[in-house]
Design a protein around this ligand. Structure first.
Ligand code: SAH
Length: 259
């Protein structure tokens, strides 16, 4: 006897911004959807793959100000699946790197809905790659930590000093998401365990035509951010791998002096 098929929903990663970075599986899932629930960091250009009569619902919440509460997004997804729609939940970057994809999957499973996940290129990877540098390097970093600068309300959040000590000892690159609004606090904590001269890259709107970036050091991080007027959405990469950026290699002493 065949099991009764479970109703389905697909969480799809739209990549960091450049619509050409969408992968083939993601494009196929978008093309097959009858309902798409779309986050606001998703580039609208990827919706060109959708059927002309697909229902597109924007459910973004930029910079922490909730335009659509998470509970309402859950409700919309469940309702659409129950109505027999082919539902795609389209999320920026990778659906399982921040952005609450894990919570969405758990909620759907609790409701008896089977979830498929299609990865996307996370912005934390695209940011430093766009400057020509890797996140790992045999001589500079043995691993990478993806970490959020934005804790859940009521949560103490990341212990930046502890993380800095570990990163220093274990030679790890730190890739900070959602760090712009707490940058002072993050910088102060990291300086307890990492040298002021630690290289840092800030990349705003990675992979998009209006991408902006700055290279600096940990000691100069907030000053650089303010001077350059960089804002959210930005990725902040902390560690020696930043020395691999094209601009750093072209003029290394400019950054050493800034420390
Ligand atoms: N799931 C997403 C991350 C969602 S959290 C991913 O994998 O990329 C939202 C944060 O991601 C933003 O605050 C910012 O830190 C980062 N971000 C998303 N898109 C970005 C982009 N194009 N450039 C720089 N940072 C980006």
């Amino acid at each position: 006897m065949n099991p009764i098929p479970l109703p389905r929903c697909t969480l799809v990663g739209a990549g960091p911004g450049d619509p050409e970075l969408l992968n083939l599986n993601s494009a196929k899932a978008i093309a097959g959807a009858t309902v798409l629930l779309v986050d606001d960091l998703v580039n609208d250009a990827v919706l060109e793959h959708a059927k002309p009569d697909a229902r597109i619902i924007h459910v973004g919440k930029r910079g922490g100000c909730a335009s659509t509460p998470q509970a309402f997004i859950h409700k919309l997804m469940v309702q659409a699946v129950r109505e027999g729609e082919t539902v795609v939940r389209l999320k920026g970057g990778d659906p399982f790197i921040f952005g609450r994809g894990g919570e969405e999957v758990e909620h759907l499973r609790e409701e008896g809905i089977e979830v498929e996940v299609i990865n996307g290129i996370t912005s934390g990877l695209a940011g430093l790659s766009s400057l020509g540098a890797p996140l790992t390097h045999r001589d500079r970093a043995h691993g990478v930590v993806f970490v959020t600068g934005h804790a859940k309300p009521g949560d103490a959040g990341t212990d930046w000093a502890a993380l800095a000590h570990t990163a220093h000892q274990a030679k790890l690159t730190l890739v900070i998401y959602m760090g712009v609004s707490s940058l002072h606090h993050i910088q102060d904590g990291l300086l307890e365990g990492l040298p002021t001269s630690t290289p840092v890259a800030i990349v705003q709107n990675a992979s998009l035509p209006h991408q902006r970036e700055a290279l600096t050091t940990l000691g100069q991080l907030t000053d650089t951010m303010t001077r350059e007027g960089l804002q959210s959405p930005s990725i902040i990469v902390v560690g020696d791998v930043v020395q691999g950026a094209r601009a750093w290699q072209a003029a290394p002493t400019a950054y050493q002096r800034a420390a």
